[in-house]
Ligand binder design. Structure first.
Ligand code: NAD
Ligand code: TYD
Length: 342
């Protein structure tokens, strides 16, 4: 089959493209990506050599351009990763989040209906559930947990999810949704916690931990997320939502200390800075449904995944050094220059 993957020049989308090209030799993968600051064509260098892969630089909000690609490629399935994905940026400037994450999703669904796509998958996030209190470790997000968003980013993703549900019920779009916890691994943009701390530590720069670093995230190695999406796409039930997570909760401060230890860097690099506005305390996924219905289980333990990730950043310095030497510098100055040391 032909699968359209949007946002495939970003972190998870690119990992998914490599997963599909490796595990489904019979399929054709077509990537649509606007190449925003977060998209990097060099990430797809190997894929571009594969005759089963095609790339189009396009904004998913550009209806005419998207329809033209669907007309030409006649996809069987669509996986929509394309999004503005960074919470801190959404707090600075929400508008582009609403445009890409909501209106872009609408265009992709309209195109899927118009061209008779057999399966549309929306890549969502556990952040649509809001957060859980730190003193209730017994609580987890299930697919029935009410939507309760905190940031413009999570609100835009939740809005898209609601639209997907509406398109499925009203127009019969054969859609599924996955809501995954925090990913880590190769090609993770260095503005996010784990790659930012690795890159800063390697340059002996301060490691900016928001607030007290007590916030908890549920970390999943990116390849495990890709295998979950692949299963949902091929065997999931239309109209269903699947939570994806590996029961791997960690406090931010413990992750940063672990990175220091693994890289042989002093913990004195850690700097506590002004907290994120509206900062979610804890995310924790209950993945029982996808495990029960599709037999999915994560394969990578956090210690191994972090080891592999650090190794990747050590052996792919050019990839992230190019990023942090460009426009990212202005971003970093704007985002962290104003954060007071606590
Ligand atoms: P990312 O920011 O690394 O990549 C996003 C990609 O989308 C980039 O290649 C960018 O160029 C592209 N893009 C942005 N706007 C576009 C537009 N208008 N048209 C076409 N392409 C556009 O993001 P990511 O971390 O890989 O996240 C991918 C998806 O997974 C997102 O939908 C995100 O909400 C979701 N998600 C991410 C995580 C995580 O931990 N990173 C966890 C759960 C869900
Ligand atoms: P992030 O990687 O931005 O993912 P998300 O906000 O989507 O969970 O952040 C993960 C956690 O790390 C979050 O609690 C915020 C925190 N954090 C810091 O303490 N310092 C930083 O410089 C960044 C980027 C994040």
């Amino acid at each position: 089959m032909t699968i359209i993957v949007t946002g495939g020049a970003g972190f998870i989308g690119s990992n998914f493209i490599y997963f599909e090209l490796k595990n489904h030799l019979e399929d054709r993968v077509v990537c649509l990506d606007k190449l925003t600051y977060a998209g990097n064509l060099s990430t797809l260098e190997e894929a571009l050599k594969n005759p089963n892969f095609a790339f189009y630089k396009v904004d998913i909000c550009d209806r005419a351009a998207v329809y033209e690609i669907f007309e030409k490629e006649r996809p069987d399935a669509v996986v929509n990763f394309a999004a503005e994905s960074h919470v801190d940026r959404s707090i600075e400037d929400p508008e582009i989040f609403l445009r890409t994450n909501i209106l872009g999703t609408q265009v992709m669904m309209d195109a899927s209906l118009k061209y008779g796509v057999k399966r549309y998958h929306q890549v969502s996030t556990d952040e649509v559930y809001g957060d859980l209190p730190l003193d209730r470790p017994d609580l987890f997000f299930t697919e029935e947990t009410p939507i309760h968003t905190s940031s413009p980013y999570s609100a835009s993703k939740a809005s898209a999810d609601l639209l997907v549900g509406a398109y499925q019920r009203t127009f019969g779009l054969p859609a599924t949704i996955s809501r995954c916890s925090n990913n880590y691994g190769p090609y993770h943009f260095p503005e996010k916690l784990i790659p930012l701390m690795i890159a800063n530590a390697l340059s002996d720069k301060p490691l900016p931990v928001y607030g007290k670093g007590e916030n908890v995230r549920d970390w999943l190695y990116v390849e495990d997320h890709c295998s979950a999406i692949d299963l949902i796409l091929r065997r999931g039930t239309v109209g269903e939502i699947y939570n994806v997570g590996g029961h791997n909760e960690m406090r931010n401060i413990d992750i940063v200390k672990l990175i220091c230890r693994k890289l042989g860097k002093p913990e004195s690099l850690i700097t506590f800075v002004t907290d994120r506005k509206g900062h979610d305390m804890r995310y924790a996924i209950d993945p029982a449904k996808i495990n029960r219905e599709l037999g999915w289980l994560p394969k990578t333990k956090f210690a191994d995944g972090l080891e592999k990730t650090i190794e990747w950043y050590l052996t792919h310095r050019e990839w992230w050094e190019t990023i942090i030497s460009g426009e990212y510098r202005n971003y970093y100055e704007k985002m962290y220059g104003g954060r007071e040391e606590l």
